[in-house]
Design a protein around this ligand. Structure first.
Ligand SMILES: [Zn+2]
Length: 159
């Protein structure tokens, strides 16, 4: 994705489909943390925005674990937020890890479909199943992000 926030829409749809089994905060945070180094590069350092390690399944695994631990540490605060918004979310340890890992791995899969410089199997520098669904994936991500924003606005307005 050219813009990191558009990873939130597909992640939200995954949560909506599997919400009994995965944690929303872990999923959403996991879907964007993969671009954390890209943000630092873009804003401050001018380095390569698609870090090969972060944008690999290996990096996604470790970033997902980091996200899960952060969500576990912030669990009581996050529960207060979702409860106040009347969002029925699963805060079991398994759901938090599932959400965080699904978030980071979904980021890699979406980026494989839209970028030619993603090496999902780093340290192997090849992209064996590079898929060129650029416009379809972009449109899907934008539409699902709009749906997610409208859903959250509706939840906040009902509060
Ligand atoms: Zn990315």
């Amino acid at each position: 994705m050219p813009l990191t926030p558009f990873h939130l829409g597909p992640a939200f749809i995954l949560w909506y489909i599997f919400k009994k089994h995965i944690n929303l905060a872990g999923l959403l945070f996991g879907s964007i943390i993969v671009d954390s180094k890209a943000a630092v590069c873009l804003i401050f350092l001018g380095c390569e925005t698609h870090d090969p390690i972060f944008h690999s399944f290996f990096g996604a695994l470790w970033l997902g674990i980091v996200v899960a631990v952060i969500v576990l540490l912030l669990c009581s605060h996050l529960k207060n937020i979702t409860t106040s918004l009347k969002i029925d979310d699963n805060y079991s340890t398994a759901a938090i890890f599932s959400g965080a890992l699904l978030g980071t791995f979904s980021h890699i899969v979406l980026d494989i479909c839209t970028h030619s410089n993603i090496f999902a199997f780093w340290p192997i520098y090849s992209q064996p199943f590079s898929i060129s669904f650029y416009w379809f994936v972009q449109l899907f991500a934008i539409l699902t992000t709009i749906i997610a924003i409208l859903w959250f606005v509706n939840k906040v307005s009902q509060k």
